[in-house]
Design a protein around this ligand. Sequence first.
Ligand code: GLU
Length: 489
Amino acid sequence: MDELVRVRFAPSPTGKLHFGSARTALFNYLFAKKFGGKFVLRIEDSDKVRSTPESEIDILEGLSWLGLSWDEGPMSDGRYGPYRQSERAEIYKEFIDRMAESKDAYYCFCSQEELAEEREKQEKAHQMPKYSGKCRGLSESDIAGLTKEGKKPAIRFKVSDEVIEFDDLIKGPMKFDMSLFGDFVIVGSDGNPLFLLTNLIDDSLMKISHVLRAEDHLSNTPKQLLLFKALGLMAPEYGHLPLILNPDKSKISKRKNPASLTEDFRDKGYLPEAMINFMALLGWHPANDKEIFSLGDLETEFSLDKVSKSPAIFDIQRLDYINGYYIRQKKIGDLANLCLPFMEKCNPAAFIEAQAKPEYLLQAVSMVQERMKRLDEICELTHYFFGNDLNYDAELLVPKNAKKSDIANYLKAGLAELQEIEIFGPDNLEKTLIGTVAKLKITNGELLWPIRVALTGEKASPGVFELLSVLGKERSLKRIQDAITKLEK
Ligand code: GLU
């Protein structure tokens, strides 16, 4: 027997997996888990021109990276496969034939040019664009004649003037006046069935119980409900997920926003657990103020009645905050391993050194873990642990109201003391340098600030004693010497 809950994610592989679509996948996955149901992945590649194998690979990769494993789908066939629409032509054929013969649909010979002209006229007259129904009344002999001329017809579904009502699982009661919709094409003039038709045939044959999809599909639902009725098939329940908007309420657009899950999020150093957590909160409002949810937590806590009807706001700062949280939870070895591929890209020399000295890498990563928000910040945050030359202005070495020449002298004194230290550990270093400060009768800042800049070239960095100790004697002394040279130039 089939499970009571069977949901599906049905992406069209016409580009990289959009993070909004990934949210749709997540909500379906969670809904299935919550009710012990099945999560089906169906690749809707019926649009042969726009679908590409690369896009499908990106979708599968993105879902796998997030850990959203599907129970049935390409490569894990279930009872209702194949799960790629391009492999289901035989299945659709029967339905196409049925619609061609049915009184609910008719052949339409209108060309794209004619349809465009009709639309233009309607727009000029400030009317809603709607197909005029010109081919509705074609007789058998008209059709035979046009076919003889070599014209290839589309199949259009007849929309009757009725009101379609349904209870949306998220938005509540919905009502559509179908007299505003024109008759719509379900099979193109090339003989290929269109999205509205294949999508519902598959939902029906794959025994999908609930369809959770993006709000942009809301107006497709009454059309599909009419088609279900015409084909004598049982419709699933529908729920439409709220739109995702920018903080200024503008629509998320591919040009303005990072959109690809793999390219703009995974490859920028966001962790899958952070993406899951962040995407769940795009529309779903848990009862309490809790903000951190693992996939496991969500599987039990998620519920549709807490999904908002109004748009969700995409706030990248919230994502950075959540990502930072998960980065801080990582064991240092795991975090270092996650950072390495980023380092390989942004600083190949550092990558080579880090690979040769894994312990050193661990120390460097542990010193910046607290501050890291994304894995791709690894180079920026740890560059001074690697290589020799730092690039900074001499002015940075000089605290406010201090003189360059004095700072050079303090650094020389510090350098001389550091040279004597055998065990370059934080405690020894602190004792020695605080002693130097006392001898010079200066403030801590007058010596420790320039040393810290000499070691890192940065204004902000971890504590100076830990830094010296991790960088080691040789590198530290060289950097301090370089700073003195810079000051004396
Ligand atoms: N292939 C459609 C899309 O990617 C699926 C719509 C649906 O979930 O019904 O938008």
